[in-house]
Design a protein around this ligand. Structure first.
Ligand code: VAH
Length: 315
């Protein structure tokens, strides 16, 4: 069986669906601190209430289902974490340590934990950011992701735990709404375009950020988790890239299909977070070690996003 912790989040909903397609749906247990809003999104397999800070409950679920793989996705994202730093540190760090300790105690074969480009900071080289470089994150979220990467490496070295990780760029998908990220403008903008509304962007027009379409992120995650253990050379977290664009460029790509779409700019506190992150990522280690290769560029993503968001919502 596979346990997905944080299954109701932006990535969790999509990863649960992808895992249920790959394995038998009944084998993939979705867990989150609250039930899914859209009930239909997690049907087709077991759902369990779980607060990852509740260690006895986590151990009870692991004993009950004996998962071979645990995907631990529960966390506060960058913008939300800045508003509640002490809880963000507690959830992001103690939650990860609960999962790592439980995985060792119950011999879980593999653990997946997402890191982020947020581990890089304002003095990191911004263009083609290397796998190994200066890392002084200045957001609570980035600090927790950098510390988490080092814990993953420690549990692999000290306990032989097969924990694997990817430094995701901003993720964009149509199946789930994001929660509290700085890159989430790139999801909201499509919903506004399909609704025939203008979009007021909380970042400046030329703010370049590394981004990735959700199908590419899901492919990378499953490719990483199914690669032979001896091909995984990075046990902190792999840089992962696909494309970079600015709000101005994504708006232009939308106007190719929605000619009268209009964007305005009203930068807020998230501008400083975005300015501390890279503009583009060197993911050559992922390409060399386990054959990473993205499929979607901006034009292809925009076409696919608009097509799916225009579909009538299935009842
Ligand atoms: C965030 N979407 O904005 C997440 C991600 C790189 C960005 O970590 O916090």
């Amino acid at each position: 069986t596979v346990l997905v912790i944080g299954a109701c989040g932006q990535l969790g909903l999509e990863l649960t669906a992808a895992l249920r397609q790959r394995y038998a749906p009944q084998q993939v247990i979705a867990a989150d601190v609250r039930p899914p809003k859209q009930a239909g999104l997690l049907e087709g397999g077991p759902f369990e209430l779980l607060d990852v800070l509740d260690l006895p409950r986590l151990e009870q679920l692991v004993q009950q289902y004996r998962p071979q793989q645990v995907y631990h996705l529960a966390a506060l994202l960058s913008a939300t974490a800045e508003k509640d730093p002490m809880f963000a540190w507690k959830l992001n760090m103690d939650g990860l340590l609960n999962v790592l300790n439980t995985a060792v105690k119950y011999q879980v074969a593999q653990v997946y934990w997402p890191s982020s480009i947020a581990v890089f900071g304002p003095d990191t080289p911004r263009e083609n950011t290397p796998q190994l470089t200066v890392m002084n994150p200045n957001t609570v979220y980035g600090i927790s992701k950098l510390a988490g990467e080092q814990w993953c490496e420690w549990y692999h070295r000290k306990h032989g735990l097969d924990v694997r990780s990817l430094r995701y760029p901003g993720l964009i998908g149509y199946k789930s709404l994001p929660g509290g990220g700085t890159t989430d403008y790139a999801v909201d903008i499509y919903h506004k375009a399909v609704a025939g509304q203008d979009y007021q962007c909380f970042l400046e027009e030329d703010t370049y950020l590394p981004m990735m379409y959700m199908p590419d992120a899901l492919k990378a995650t499953l490719d990483l988790m199914h690669a032979p253990a001896d091909s995984i050379k990075v046990r902190t977290s792999y840089n992962l890239g696909a494309m970079s664009f600015s709000p101005k460029e994504i708006a232009a790509s939308i106007r190719q299909e929605v000619p009268d779409f209009h964007i305005t700019y009203a930068p807020d506190q998230r501008q400083a977070i975005a300015d501390s992150w890279p503009a583009s990522i060197d993911d050559s280690a992922a390409r060399q070690d386990w054959g990473w290769q993205p499929e979607y560029d901006l034009a292809k993503m925009t076409h696919d996003m608009l097509a799916h968001l225009r579909e009538p919502v299935t009842a």
